[in-house]
Design a protein around this ligand. Structure first.
Ligand code: CAA
Length: 396
């Protein structure tokens, strides 16, 4: 549905759908099988000027917001969840530069990201620091005009193909999360090594790797924002803006799977009639369509809240991530069910939707962490006296 999107978003949606239908659908299964990066899709995205949708115009982008980004991610993910995240992770990696970079850093890094010449990743998680991101151990020590970086990062989505990695590290171990900073690490910097690539259940076309820093020398000019100690907040603010993108990926997967299921149940004949003529199947289709539309409205609402800069964006962002990704898991699983035994085999693309959907409940903050973010903000609002039952008259 395109209702309530503006003209520009409808046009972006059409541009993304064209690439999804013309290119992504043809190459998706092969990249899934071989775990290879979809460079031909990247080339099409570059030609269609979609690689810089979220980057401000003054740095070579399209000047779009999070809703514009979500519209594109949904369309790509409707054809392939892996392609959706291969695209979206560049927003995750570059939001810290947009939000907190110095003017010099924005001018140096953003134009090449906007054209798709350089891909970018986000290095936050470590083997022992996943949900508890603030407990990271990767350490940077200033030596003259460089930082010496030591440690390793895990779950670095897109890291293998990225030329730039936004890496969060401890610069002052005495200060807890206030002692965390971010360094913009570039390919070729001495001591920066890309390591093990994960063999994943889904989103197999986007490489997820470990990255290692062995006395890696990073120029002090690459300290994000030119200030130490801001890294954790910058990471949290980034995730607030990026989580609607994960939700849009989930939404695209759910929408794409539902369309395949509608088409299959119309064609599949059992007991002398189309499977879609059975009421039990129709109820499943109706429930799924309702859940998908509810997810879409929450994703669009959250993206608009983020774009408006309104208070409470963490809550809206976490809510849409939680709801849309749980919806995607349920809908893709039910769609596999509708395909019966064929759904469990690779003859049809439907099983891939279910595999691709699972990660959306896990990365960029597990859905348990999203609930924590939502509840914390609700309780903060309650403590501040906002929206209390007494004020709203509900207690009378
Ligand atoms: N915006 C701005 N500042 C924020 C913030 C936000 N949304 N959330 C927290 N902060 C600030 C707090 O105000 C606090 O600041 P002060 O020190 O000035 O008081 C500081 O950050 C610490 O906050 P908390 O005490 O709330 O931090 P916490 O340690 O309790 O952690 C958490 C909070 C929400 C659990 C956080 O750790 C979190 O989001 N965890 C999940 C991490 C995550 O999403 N990881 C995924 C990484 S990306 C990925 O999946 C791979 C990929 O490549 C796709």
């Amino acid at each position: 549905m395109s209702e309530f999107l503006n003209e520009r978003q409808i046009e972006l949606k059409a541009r993304a759908r064209d690439i999804a239908e013309r290119v992504v659908r043809k190459v998706s299964a092969q990249h899934d099988r071989d775990q290879t990066y979809p460079y031909e899709v990247l080339e099409e995205l570059r030609k269609a000027s979609l690689t810089g949708v979220w980057i401000p115009r003054e740095y070579g982008g399209e000047g779009g917001g999070v809703l514009d980004l979500c519209v594109v991610i949904e369309e790509l993910s409707r054809a392939c969840g892996g392609v959706g995240v291969a695209y979206a992770v560049n927003a995750l990696g570059s939001f810290p530069i947009i939000l907190a970079g110095t003017e010099e850093q924005k001018k140096r890094f953003l134009p090449d990201i906007a054209t798709g010449k350089k891909l970018v990743a986000f290095g936050l998680s470590e083997k022992e620091a996943g949900s508890d991101a603030g407990s990271m151990k990767t350490r940077a020590v200033r030596e003259g005009d460089h930082y010496i970086l030591n440690g390793e990062k895990k779950w670095n989505t897109g890291g293998k193909v990225a030329a730039i990695n936004t890496v969060f590290c401890v610069t002052n171990p005495e200060r807890g999360s206030r002692g965390i900073s971010a360094l913009l690490v570039e390919d070729g910097m001495p001591g920066y090594r890309k390591g093990k690539e994960e063999d994943k259940m889904g989103i197999r076309c986007v490489p997820v790797i470990e990255i290692h820093f062995d006395n890696c020398r990073v120029p002090a000019a690459n300290l994000l924002g030119g200030r130490e100690g801001m890294g954790f907040k910058d990471a949290m603010m980034t995730l607030d803006r990026a989580r609607p993108g994960v939700a849009a990926q989930a939404l695209g997967l759910a929408q794409g799977a539902l369309e395949l299921a509608i088409s299959y149940t119309r064609e599949r004949q059992q007991f002398g009639q189309s499977v879609s003529s059975f009421q039990g199947i129709q109820w499943m289709l109706a429930d799924m369509a309702t859940q998908v539309e509810a997810a879409r409205q929450l994703v669009h609402y959250a993206a608009r809240v983020v774009d408006s800069g309104a208070r409470g964006l963490s809550k809206a962002s976490a809510m849409c991530k939680l709801f849309a990704t749980d919806t995607a898991m349920k809908v893709t699983t039910d769609c596999v069910q509708l395909f019966g035994g064929y759904g469990y085999c690779k003859d049809y693309p439907i099983e891939k939707y279910m595999r691709d959907a699972k990660i959306t409940q896990i990365y960029e903050g597990t859905n348990q962490i999203q609930r924590l973010v939502i509840a914390r903000e609700m309780l903060r609002e309650a403590a501040a006296g906002k929206e209390s039952p007494k004020d709203s008259g509900a207690a009378k």
